[in-house]
Write a protein that binds this ligand. Sequence first.
Ligand SMILES: O=C(O)C(=O)Cc1ccccc1
Length: 290
Amino acid sequence: MTNNEWKYRVAYLGPEASFSYLATRELFPNEWNIAYRTIPECIDAVTNEVVDFAVVPLENAIEGSVPLTIDYLFHEADLYIVGEIKLKIQQHLMVNKAQKDNWEKIEGIYSHPHALAQCHKYLFYRFSHVPLHQTSSTAQAAKMVAENPDKCIAAIGNATSAEKYGLVIVEKNIHDFHFNHTRFVVLSKYNTRLPIENSDGQPKTMLMLTLPHDDAGALHRVLSVFAWRRLNLSKIESRPLKTGLGNYFFIIDVLADENEPMMKWAFEELNALGCTVKSLGTYYTYNASE
Ligand SMILES: O=C(O)C(=O)Cc1ccccc1
C-alpha cells in the first residue's frame, strides 16, 4: 500500500499485539499504524480524517457479530468498507513470569469480552470460581497483567501479546471451538477499494437496510429481489433500530459488485418497495487464516 511520498495512517484497537493489530499489520505492513483505546474511537478517527483507514473487528466465527462495530457504523458513522481480512484466532491463558508457579491459583482472569466468550466452556470447567474481568482488548489485558507482577491474575490473548508484554503462556488454545476466525473490515471515508493481493477475487457488498413500517411480508419481498436475480447472499442479520422493541435494521452481504447492472436494479426495486438501503461499498477479502 505504500507509495513513495505518503504513508497511510491506519487506526486499530490497541495496544500493540491485539488481534486488531495483527490484522492491521497483515494488510498494512509498511504504513503508519496508530493504536486507539476503543472501536468507536477508531471509527471516529476516520470520520474526522485523523487517519485514512481503520481496521475493526466485525464478526467472529464462534461469537457472531461485534455489535459495537455494526451499531456504530449504522447509527454514528457514514463510512465505507474498502477491504476485509479474515484472521485465525488462537486464545491462550498467560500470566506474569513472577506468578508462573502459582497460575493454577489465579484470582482473576482478564480479557476482551469476545475472547472471554470464545473460551466460555474452558473457563466454566477449569476456573468456574474465578472472577472474569472485561478489558478494552486482549492486548490491554496482557499489558495490565505485565504491569502487576504481584497480583496472581491471568490474561487471555494471542501469543504475540504474551511475547510483547513478557508473559508466560500456561495453557494454549483454550478457545472452545477449533474453527475460530474473525472478519476485520477496513473503513474509509471514500468509496474506494483496497487493491488486495491474493484475494479470492470475489467482490462482496455490504448493505444496511430498513423495511417499510409494519408491512406484512416485507422481508420476503426484499429477499426475492435478490433471489430471482441470482444475487447470492452470504449473510443476513438484524439489529435493533433503538427506536422501540420490535424495530430492526438488516445487514445483508451480497456476493456481487454494487456497480453490476443486477445490483443497480436491485437497489431501484428495494427503493420502490419502500425500503431505505445504504451500500457500504464493494470490497475484496484477504485470507490470513491457515
Ligand atoms: O481484543 C483484541 O485483541 C481485539 O482486537 C478484538 C478481538 C477480540 C477477540 C477476537 C478478535 C478480536
